[in-house]
Design a protein around this ligand. Structure first.
Ligand code: IMP
Length: 178
């Protein structure tokens, strides 16, 4: 589908499924190479990350665990800047290498909050992997280790990402038609 409608808005095809899958396979290879021999825990940030986390993690060949945290700072199509509650801490990460998996890094508020919590919980090393990154919107200093695609500062849906809860089941990434 070249164009889709989600609720009241129209979106056009931006990153097709085969390109997503190809890039995710490359990211997994890079992580496998860099983290070889380490006991790694992946922490996915819900909800948007669930498809990316599944496709990335199934290609990881390290002795690795995965867990998920939930936190949302978004309502509608523009960031409210509000950070909601962070729930789901049930792993001991003391002394571990943690790889945070995000669907998209926009302003970086969410990421900064999570990296702060991981430091408090004494992770030995924290790496960040995100499928999408909006460099023009990013306002933080946390460095991002693995980036799938850099994209312009436009609103996207699909492959886990939503517009007001809908659009997550699209298998490609679509961008808002202004
Ligand atoms: P940040 O805290 O501003 O970096 O925003 C991160 C979160 O905002 C992501 O995990 C998404 O849930 C959401 N988000 C940011 N940009 C988009 C977008 O273009 N489409 C859908 N959700 C987005």
């Amino acid at each position: 589908m070249q164009e889709v409608k989600v609720l009241d808005k129209r979106f056009r095809m931006y990153i097709p499924e085969d390109q997503l899958q190809k890039r995710i396979a490359q990211m997994a290879e890079e992580i496998n190479r860099d983290q070889k021999g380490k006991d790694v825990i992946f922490i996915g940030i819900l909800n948007g990350v669930f498809l990316f986390a599944a496709d990335l993690f199934r290609r990881i060949n390290l002795d690795a665990r995965i867990s998920f945290l939930k936190l949302a700072s978004y309502e509608g199509t523009s960031s409210t800047g509000k950070i909601k509650e962070l729930i789901g801490w049930n792993e001991d990460i003391t002394g571990k290498t943690v790889i945070v998996i995000e669907d998209i890094v926009d302003t970086g508020n969410t990421l900064e909050r999570i990296v702060g919590e991981l430091a408090l919980r004494k992770a030995a090393e924290v790496k960040i992997a995100t499928l999408l990154f909006k460099p023009e919107a990013y306002r933080k200093d946390v460095s991002i280790d693995y980036i799938g695609f850099e994209i312009p500062n436009d609103f996207v849906v699909g492959y886990g990402l939503d517009y007001d809860g809908y659009g997550r089941n699209l298998d490609s990434i679509y961008t808002l038609i202004q």
